[in-house]
Design a protein around this ligand. Structure first.
Ligand SMILES: O=C[C@H](O)COP(=O)(O)O
Length: 254
């Protein structure tokens, strides 16, 4: 079966870096940039993942712009006695489109395991949102070792998520997150090629896009374009002008 067409996509997470005021100003400035070339949103998908507190105001600011808003996490149950958790059902209700799960910081600091990540991805998809699943090896080394570590993460998720649901995999080598530079292009392209070749990815009915994240920013996509469908930015997208520049590069890459 031929794989479904994959549209390029780029997004940014503000993690827990921004105040509410900065998030508001960031989105306003981003919209100003986008108004200069509105066609960009017909060419590629764009998303912003703010913190939970500002999520609904970001959705309101972005209304009518086609820029998607995502959440940085969501619980795997829709409702109940889960104090402090965020319901995927409520996220969908307020217009959230993407749910990021399994970020390396959540795995390391909050002890999330592949099983938790898989359950969260399943409930995001069950609620009509796109799970954006972060995967990646912990230590810098050989391509084959990275692929082995990612394989387990991906297989767990794909076994849990409905076969026809769209999934975004964000390949983020843990050692490249928060670093000065991204992982080497040849290395990333090789790992992503192997991830795409996994049976659990190949055999899916739903679209699976693969992004690269980990010190990503302007100037990177051209080197990764033969392997990835886009980029997932952190720090180097926290200046709206830099995020916009990255979008332009992705939209214009042949
Ligand atoms: O969520 C984004 C990634 O963890 C990358 O973050 P970074 O670009 O600041 O390294």
């Amino acid at each position: 079966m031929p794989s479904p067409p994959r549209r390029r996509i780029v997004g940014v997470s503000t993690k827990m870096y921004f105040s509410a005021a900065r998030t508001k100003a960031y989105i306003a400035e981003l919209l100003q940039h986008l108004s200069k070339s509105p066609k960009i949103l017909d060419q590629i998908d764009i998303f912003v993942i703010p913190d939970h507190i500002t999520l609904t105001s970001v959705i309101a600011q972005l209304e009518g712009s086609k820029v998607m808003t995502g959440a940085q996490d969501a619980f795997y149950e829709d409702s109940g006695a889960y104090t402090g958790e965020v319901s995927p059902c409520v996220l969908a209700e307020v217009g959230c489109r993407i749910v990021e799960v399994g970020h390396a910081e959540r795995r390391r600091i909050f002890g999330e395991m592949d099983e938790d990540v898989a359950k969260k991805a399943r409930s995001a998809a069950r609620n009509g949102m796109i799970p954006l699943v972060c995967i990646g090896e912990r230590t810098k080394g050989e391509v084959s070792i990275a692929v082995d570590e990612c394989r387990t993460q991906v297989e767990n998720v794909m076994a849990a998520v409905a076969d026809d649901a769209e999934v975004i995999l964000a390949y983020e080598p843990v050692w490249a997150i928060g670093a000065a530079e991204p992982a080497g292009a040849g290395y990333v392209v090789s790992v992503v090629k192997e991830i795409r070749a996994l049976d659990c990815v190949q055999m899916r009915e739903g679209v699976t896009r693969v992004l690269y994240g980990g010190s990503a920013g302007p100037g990177l996509f051209e080197r990764l374009k033969e392997g990835v469908d886009g980029l997932f930015l952190g720090r180097f997208g926290h200046d709206p002008a830099q995020f916009y520049k990255t979008m332009q590069e992705i939209a214009s890459a042949q």
